[in-house]
Write a protein that binds this ligand. Structure first.
Ligand SMILES: Nc1ncnc2c1ncn2[C@@H]1O[C@H](COP(=O)(O)OP(=O)(O)OP(=O)(O)O)[C@@H](O)[C@H]1O
Length: 286
C-alpha cells in the first residue's frame, strides 16, 4: 500500500513570477484511478513532478508545504527507491527514451538492468510488457525510428516493467489513434485491477468518465474541483473553470435546462442507456 499526501503545497519555477501550484492539499489512495484535468498551464504536470520528486530534485525553484510518500518526505528517498514505487511516463515520449539502447526490447529492459535484476527475471518481465502493449512487431526496432504513438507505447512499457505501485501517466494518449487510445485506457483498467494507483493527466473526458474513479480539476495552479468521477463530470461548474464535460453530460444538462428538469445527468453513454433508453412507455425524450 502506498499513500501519497500533499499538504498545502505551493511551487514556483525559478524564473517565474507566479506559482505553478498553489496551496494544494490532497491525499491519493492506493488502488484508485485519478484523472488530473484542466486547461493548458493549469499545473497538472507540475503536480506529477512534485509527487515523483523531480521537483525539487531536477526542477529547482521554491516549494512550500509537504509531499509525502508513505508518510516520508519525497525528498528523503533516493531516486532508485522512488523509481520502484512510482512509475512516471512523461508527456513527451521522445524525452523518455534512454538514448543508449538499440532496440525496443533493450529499451524496455533498461530500468531493470540498472536496478540489478537477474537476467531471467528481466526477460520474463520484458516479454510480459511486449505482450501487454502489443509491441512484438516492434521489439527489434530502433526506439528512435518509431512513430510518436509507437514510442508512447514503448515509454509506457518501460515504466510498467518495474511494477511500481503508483503509475503516473502524463497525457499518455496525446499521440495515439483512437484504437491505441482505447488500449491505453484498457491498460489503466488492468492496473486498477492489480490494485495500483494510477494518476493520469488527460484531456479526453469521455474516456475519463468511463475509466477513472476520481477527478481533480486544476485552474491556474489551484485545485478547484475534486471528487468522484460522476460527481465532478456532471457538474456545470467544470465549464466555468475552463474544464470540459463529457458530450453525454452536456447533452443531459442542456436537456434539463430546456425542459426545466432536474434529472440525473449521466457521464457515460452506458449510463445514459441504462437510465434513459427507450423502455415501455418511455421513449427517453420526454
Ligand atoms: N520548466 C518550467 N519553467 C518555468 N515555468 C514552467 C516550467 N514548466 C511549466 N511552467 C509553467 O508552470 C505553469 C504550470 O505548467 P504545467 O506544465 O504544470 O501545466 P499543465 O497543466 O501540465 O499544462 P499542459 O496541459 O500544457 O501540459 C505554467 O504557467 C507553465 O508555463
Amino acid at each position: 500500500m502506498t499513500s501519497i499526501r500533499l499538504h498545502n503545497v505551493s511551487y514556483r519555477y525559478p524564473l517565474s513570477a507566479v506559482d505553478a501550484v498553489r496551496e494544494l492539499s490532497y491525499e491519493f489512495q492506493q488502488g484508485t484511478v485519478y484523472a488530473l484535468i484542466g486547461a493548458n498551464g493549469s499545473g497538472k504536470t507540475s503536480i506529477c513532478n512534485l509527487i515523483r520528486g523531480f521537483i525539487p530534485s531536477f526542477y529547482k525553484g521554491s516549494v512550500q508545504g509537504s509531499v509525502e510518500v508513505d508518510g516520508r518526505a519525497v525528498t528523503d528517498y533516493d531516486d532508485a527507491e522512488l523509481t520502484q514505487i512510482i512509475g512516471y511516463c512523461f508527456q513527451n515520449p521522445f524525452t523518455q527514451m534512454s538514448g543508449v539502447k538499440d532496440n525496443v526490447r533493450e529499451e524496455i529492459a533498461y530500468a531493470l538492468e540498472n536496478l540489478g535484476y537477474p537476467r531471467e527475471e528481466i526477460f520474463r518481465r520484458v516479454d510480459a510488457m511486449i505482450d501487454m502493449l502489443s509491441l512484438s512487431d516492434l521489439a527489434g526496432s530502433d526506439p528512435f525510428e518509431l512513430s510518436g504513438g509507437q514510442r508512447q507505447r514503448v515509454a509506457i512499457a518501460a515504466v510498467l516493467v518495474t511494477d511500481p505501485q503508483v503509475v503516473i501517466l502524463d497525457e499518455p494518449t496525446s499521440q495515439l489513434d483512437p484504437r491505441s487510445t482505447q488500449d491505453v485506457f484498457d491498460i489503466i483498467r488492468q492496473l486498477k485491477e492489480q490494485g495500483k494507483t494510477v494518476i493520469v493527466v488527460e484531456h479526453k473526458v469521455d474516456l475519463i468518465a468511463q475509466y477513472c474513479d476520481q477527478v481533480l480539476l486544476m485552474e491556474e495552479g489551484r485545485l478547484v474541483l475534486s471528487g468522484a468521477v460522476h460527481e465532478v463530470l456532471s457538474d456545470p461548474a467544470v465549464l466555468a473553470h475552463r474544464g470540459q464535460l463529457p458530450q453525454v453530460a452536456r447533452y443531459y444538462l442542456e436537456r434539463n435546462r430546456l425542459l426545466g428538469r432536474h434529472d440525473r445527468v449521466p457521464v457515460t453513454v452506458d449510463e445514459a442507456l441504462a437510465w434513459y433508453a427507450p423502455k415501455e412507455g418511455n421513449n427517453g425524450l420526454s
